[in-house]
Design a protein around this ligand. Structure first.
Ligand code: TGC
Ligand code: FAD
Length: 389
């Protein structure tokens, strides 16, 4: 028979409830049927049918799935994490679509919006009819959003926004952008319908990572908004950083999906491939690689589940999310690169998912707080001394 996978060896499924296993299975089957067969083509073409996918993911209940009310599924943190893992096992770009929609754009409105803003946007975003994006990063302010230049000025009851956001997932395909801007009164968030005059979102080309994902610049050229466009409960940088905790949590699980896909591909390949007249998997050097990767994948999964259970008890601190994001993305990219070696020349081909995952994980290492930023967050937690500036 087939030997157990790394996660089977760890006995991970025994830690999951029947409901959690069922949700995982639903997302896995959706990815196998509708996503995996097309990924190499989407990645190569640098485009994907994102609107259609958003509607399908909406019907599946995957958009804003950990939020309560307004058409959202209200699932547990563990269930949401497992869904992210399955989506990212397909491609980090698909998980990004879901993270940005549910954990960033929807979460911002859900946590900080007015009742009218929630009623207007959340049900349509949960169904995938409306796509959202989240504009925090700027060309000159990524790791340090407190230096943002985008500015919102009051004009009577209206607000006028000027500035540029950079590297914004879903920007060109969004119906609504949550845009963070400095004001005379600190950082505030704005719900910007993307058909507002003065708003444009040119797509960023020439990416060699996250190619099955839309990434855009947001240009705000005297965008005039009514007072009702401001998120009333978001009153400082604390608000967008609070959204990041949600998306980073999804990545803690998601990155392991990419790693799992690479490890399963490389293990199967090593069992089939013969070198020097016997299976590659039978050599000690290969077995050491597989054993070390299995250990890191399993340990990462235990950490992710621990963080999920803390989140379910409302006891998860931001610096604990940093532990998970730093460790699991760092180990996932190491696993992807090691698996690539096992595939030899085939390791550089889109015929296998491994180089695609390895390249995608370069973005995942950088976005949602770079590995350096998370290292410093952990350093501050351990010493009480911030070393960011
Ligand atoms: P600092 O003075 O430390 O903090 C300002 C205020 O925010 C509070 N805070 C947080 N609150 C909730 N959650 C967090 N994670 C928080 N981190 C900080 C903090 O307590 C403070 O509150 P208050 O009430 O005292 O004012 O701010 P700082 O300027 O020193 O910066 C800290 C730093 C570097 C950690 C922060 O700026 C940071 O996290 N930078 C990284 C930026 C980042 O991650 N950008 C991501 C953009 S979105 C994205 O990448 C989407 S990718 C697509 C996908 O997910 O698929
Ligand atoms: P910089 O901040 O310029 O960092 C450059 C290098 O300096 C990094 O290695 C960094 O770790 C290091 N560095 C920075 N500060 C320190 C320090 N204090 N000490 C030591 N080293 C330091 N943003 C959004 O707002 N919304 C999105 O939807 C979104 N989607 C994205 C999609 C993709 C594909 C990518 C690649 C990025 C996306 N981002 C998005 C932007 C992402 O969050 C930023 O790229 C990230 O926060 C880093 O900012 P930066 O690129 O400006 O790098």
């Amino acid at each position: 028979g087939t030997p157990p996978t790394a996660l089977e060896l760890f006995g991970i499924d025994g830690l999951l409830s029947d409901d959690e296993l069922a949700i995982r299975q639903t997302v896995r089957e959706y990815c196998d049927g509708k996503i995996r067969p097309h990924l190499a083509d989407w990645f190569e073409a640098g485009s994907l049918p994102a609107r259609e996918l958003a509607r399908e993911l909406g019907s599946l209940g995957a958009l804003g799935m950990h939020l309560e009310g307004y058409g959202c599924a209200g699932m547990s943190a563990t269930a949401y994490g497992l869904a992210c893992l399955e989506l990212e096992a397909a491609d980090s770009g698909i998980r990004s679509l879901v993270s940005v929609q549910g954990s960033l754009a929807m979460y911002a409105i859900w946590a900080y919006g007015s009742e009218e803003q929630k009623q207007e946007w959340l049900p349509r975003m949960a169904s995938g009819e409306a796509i959202g994006c989240f504009g925090l990063t700027e060309p000159d302010h990524g790791s340090n959003p407190s230096g943002m230049r985008t500015y919102a000025k009051q004009d009577g009851d209206d607000w006028i926004l000027n500035g540029t956001k950079m590297w914004i997932t879903n920007g060109s395909i969004a119906q609504v952008a949550v845009v963070w801007a400095a004001t005379d009164d600190g950082v505030r968030g704005f719900v910007v319908p993307t058909d507002t005059p003065g708003f444009s979102a040119p797509e960023i080309k020439k990416k060699l990572s996250l190619r099955a994902s839309v990434t855009s610049e947001l240009v705000l050229d005297s965008v005039r908004l009514p007072a009702s466009a401001m998120l009333p409960e978001a009153t400082s940088l604390r608000a967008p950083l609070g959204c990041l905790n949600e998306a980073r949590f999804g990545i803690v699980f998601g990155a392991l999906g990419a790693a799992r896909e690479c490890l399963e591909t490389a293990t199967a390949y090593a069992r089939e491939r013969e070198v020097f007249d016997k299976p590659l998997a039978g050599f000690q050097l290969t077995q050491e690689k597989l054993a070390n990767m299995a250990l890191e994948l399993g340990k990462g999964m235990l950490l992710a589940l621990h963080l999920a259970r803390l989140k379910e008890q409302h006891a998860l601190a931001p610096e604990q999310v940093s532990l998970g994001k730093l460790n699991n993305v760092r180990e996932a990219i190491r696993i992807a690169r090691e698996c690539r070696t096992i595939l030899g020349a085939n390791g550089i081909s889109l015929e296998y998912p491994v180089i695609r995952h390895a390249n995608n994980l370069e973005s995942v290492l950088t976005y949602e707080g770079t590995s350096e930023v998370h290292t410093l967050v952990i350093g501050q937690a351990l010493t009480g001394l911030p070393a960011f500036r």
